[in-house]
Design a protein around this ligand. Structure first.
Ligand code: PHE
Length: 456
């Protein structure tokens, strides 16, 4: 086990896993999804989704990882080895059918999803670096309501720049992952997460003291129940899974490096708390700023890239707060891409017996190739997000819930969950969620995604 690596400390695990959870999902996706879905009602449903569905799945993933000490493919296979071995050999048809019914396929789907999410997520992460430079060089000061669309458009449709930014971001990610679990991922998370909190606090003070901030706060915090609808629920649930890095084995992998003496319910509660806190703070920063500038909160995915620069250009101190904001986004994105890359890397180390450095570089280079279409076309990026970020993550989370609830069984999972902690007060609720509430919620999301074509 020591060759795979382990977290050096309890705080290290909490910070690294929080670093995975806190990302573009919190600071870029959460505010525009909230804006699109009517504000406070969405926030309310989102909070319920985190507590009732996402946190129980997080506990299940970390427990499965720690129990097996393996990457997602290895973890599913270790608990349920699947068919094969002795007995008369079945007909080829049955053999194919049987091999299609192995649980470790959920693990393979996770590894594949990791590749794919990394490929388009790093493109958006590259935009944050690009806008950081625009902010540092003062270019952002020239952005106005009239030209912001055009600035954004000429930025994202510059193919060479896009590919360079993607390559740069993937390089940073590989650089950290190649250095290992405690020496790379944990060390960087311990530096980057406090920096991120510090920048958030500064921005928060700036935003809340802007004129008309209260209108933004009302939109964000005072629910208007007439905005309640089925798509709002679907998007809140999907956002909760994405934001907590669930459904593709990231938390199984990070769980596999956790010490047996660690208190899982306690640590996972911290991770959910940080993730929710930072999404919530991002909203507290962005909505007052939007209302201050008199702009539309339902502006869509461009919210952070098209609207905020205009606000920074007009706002007192924008020359400092602009670069800080985009630096914050880049840091948050980096601690997430690290965790996404770690899934295929752990798979390559465990199952293909590659060494870490080689695995990280090879997978990074392949991801660069896979990411090029997303770097060149926003439509393609949207499609990839729909397939991998919405559909595949939901299927993966459904797989985890059914597997832990009915195959591994909640009683055995609970033995692992309570190892290292005296008691787990919410065990009864956790069982209820994993066996019934979570699978039903995900079926709801899948209906929304597949039948109604909802994308988020
Ligand atoms: N949770 C990350 C974010 O909010 C994204 C992510 C999804 C990371 C899935 C890992 C796995 O930005």
């Amino acid at each position: 086990m020591s060759s795979r690596g382990n977290w050096g400390s309890k705080v290290g695990f909490i910070l690294a896993a929080s670093g995975s959870a806190v990302g573009l999902g919190n600071i870029w996706r959460f505010p525009y999804t909230t804006g699109k879905n009517g504000g406070a009602v969405f926030v309310l449903i989102y909070l319920v989704a985190i507590l009732v569905v996402a946190l129980p799945v997080l506990i299940a993933e970390v427990a499965l990882g720690r129990f097996t000490g393996k990457n997602p493919v290895g973890a599913f296979a270790a608990v349920r080895p699947g068919p094969g071995g002795g007995g008369p050999s079945p007909s080829p048809g049955r053999r194919i059918l049987k091999s299609l019914m192995q649980w470790k396929l959920v693990g393979y789907l996770g590894v594949l999803t990791g590749f794919m999410i990394l490929s388009y997520y790093s493109v958006i992460a590259g935009w944050t670096v690009g806008y950081f430079f625009k902010a540092v060089t003062g270019e952002i000061q020239q952005i106005t309501t009239a030209n912001t669309e055009q600035v954004y458009h000429s930025f994202v449709s510059n193919p060479l720049l896009q590919i360079c930014l993607l390559a740069f971001f993937l390089f940073l990610t590989v650089f950290v992952v190649a250095r290992g679990v405690s020496g790379g991922i944990e060390r960087f998370a311990k530096i980057l997460m406090p920096v991120l909190l510090g920048i958030l606090a500064l921005l928060l003070v700036r935003s809340l003291t802007l004129s008309n901030a209260s209108a933004g706060l009302a939109f964000y915090l005072k629910p208007d129940f007439s905005k309640f609808s089925f798509p709002v629920v679907v998007e809140a649930l999907g956002q909760a899974f994405f934001s907590m890095s669930l459904g593709m084995g990231t938390m199984i992998t990070y769980g596999s490096y956790v010490n047996k003496t660690e208190n899982l319910p306690g640590s996972t509660a911290w991770i959910a708390f940080f993730d929710t806190l930072i999404a919530f703070l991002a909203g507290l920063i962005i909505f007052p700023a939007i209302f201050h500038a008199g702009m539309d909160p339902a502006g869509g995915p461009g919210l952070v890239f098209k609207i905020l620069p205009v606000i920074f250009a007009q706002m007192p101190g924008g020359l400092i707060f602009g670069p800080l904001f985009f630096l914050l986004l880049s840091i948050a994105a980096l601690t997430s891409t690290i965790s996404v890359l770690e899934v295929p890397v752990a798979f390559a180390i465990d199952e293909l017996k590659l060494n870490r450095r080689k695995a990280a570089w090879i997978i990074g280079i392949i991801t660069l190739g896979v990411g090029i279409p997303s770097a060149l076309s926003e439509n393609f990026l949207g499609l990839w997000n729909y397939i991998w970020g919405n559909l595949s993550l939901s299927i993966g989370a459904l797989g985890v819930a059914i597997f832990v609830g009915y195959v591994w069984k909640t009683s055995k999972a609970l033995l692992e969950i309570t190892k290292g902690s005296e008691r787990f007060r919410f065990a009864g609720f956790w069982i209820l969620s994993i066996k019934y509430i979570t699978p039903l919620s995900i079926v709801l999301i899948l209906v929304g995604i597949i039948v109604l074509g909802i994308t988020f």
